[in-house]
Design a protein. Structure first.
Lengths: 155, 124
């Protein structure tokens, strides 16, 4: 088989339990460790990990179970999140800042401000979000390794 | 301003990370919502918050913040402390309320470092 520039160098799948608030953050923490060991820059790790943390919280808050997968390729980092659960009724609404369907429990944990998905979009170069209401959600986002500096004017 | 100065100015108690008090703080960010921390706080910021669950440590660490200052004398649980020690993230607690703690630090010259927002003045 022909090798391409984007051959996946590393791939790991992390299972996430819906409602597991105690361990919320631990998956993104492991991703940070992997990326640090791989030698990526702090700025890049920060972007992908902030987005990963938001995505991880979404599974914990709104799904019954899911997986978060990390892919490292030569030219990009990608996170793919699949979950089974409530899904999203209106994606455009879910993408608007401040819109949230979070309950008290989620808000007690400091989330549910309606900032998660917009923040993932902000930190990623590309993002794809699809959902079947009452079935589940598929989210994937990519950060390109050759675009880092241009994408972060404020750092 | 160093973390030691923040500690002295706000009569704060160091919960963990005693040896890191020489850390230079260039700016601060105050929030009760971790979503706001993840969306708005800049790298290197001191986080001022009343939120003590272990998720605050994950959020601060993932966002590369330099330390956490709890307000109103709040103290985190053992799990939060353990995680902060592991992440080498200093934790302090001050008896002052959020508004006072921020106001005092601001008076001493510590600046905000929220990222500029389109629909607000958080960055100004």
């Amino acid at each position: 088989m022909e090798r391409t520039e984007n051959n996946i160098l590393f791939h790991r799948i992390f299972p996430i339990e819906g409602g597991d608030f105690t361990n919320a953050g631990s998956t993104s923490d492991q991703i940070k460790k992997i990326l640090k060991e791989a030698g990526f820059s702090n700025t890049l790790i920060r972007r992908i990990c902030i987005a990963a943390f938001e995505a991880e919280m979404n599974v914990i808050c709104y799904a019954s179970k899911g997986t978060l997968s990390l892919y490292i390729a030569r030219s990009f980092l990608k996170i793919v999140v699949n979950d089974e659960g409530k899904g999203i009724r209106d994606i455009n609404l879910a993408m608007s800042e401040g819109y949230s369907t979070a309950d008290e429990k989620i808000r007690e944990l400091g989330f549910g401000a309606g900032m998660g998905l917009p923040n993932i979009r902000k930190n990623a170069d590309e993002m794809v979000l699809t959902s079947q209401f009452n079935q589940g959600t598929h989210l994937e986002f990519t950060v390109y390794l050759d675009r880092q500096e241009a994408a972060l004017p404020f750092e | 301003m160093t973390l030691k100065e923040v500690k002295d100015i706000l009569s704060a108690e160091v919960i963990s990370g005693d040896h890191d008090l020489g850390k230079e703080i260039k700016c601060a960010f105050a929030a009760e919502l971790l979503s706001d921390v993840l969306a708005l706080a800049q790298q290197g910021a001191l986080l001022i918050t009343g939120f003590t669950n272990s998720q605050v440590v994950y959020a601060a660490d993932l966002a590369n913040l330099c330390a956490i200052l709890f307000i109103r004398g709040k103290k985190p649980n053992e799990e939060t402390k353990r995680l902060a020690t592991q992440k080498k993230l200093p934790l302090l607690t001050t008896p002052f309320m959020m508004f006072e703690a921020c106001g005092i630090l601001y008076e001493y010259g510590l600046k905000t470092c929220a990222i500029e927002m389109e629909n607000g003045k958080d960055g100004k």
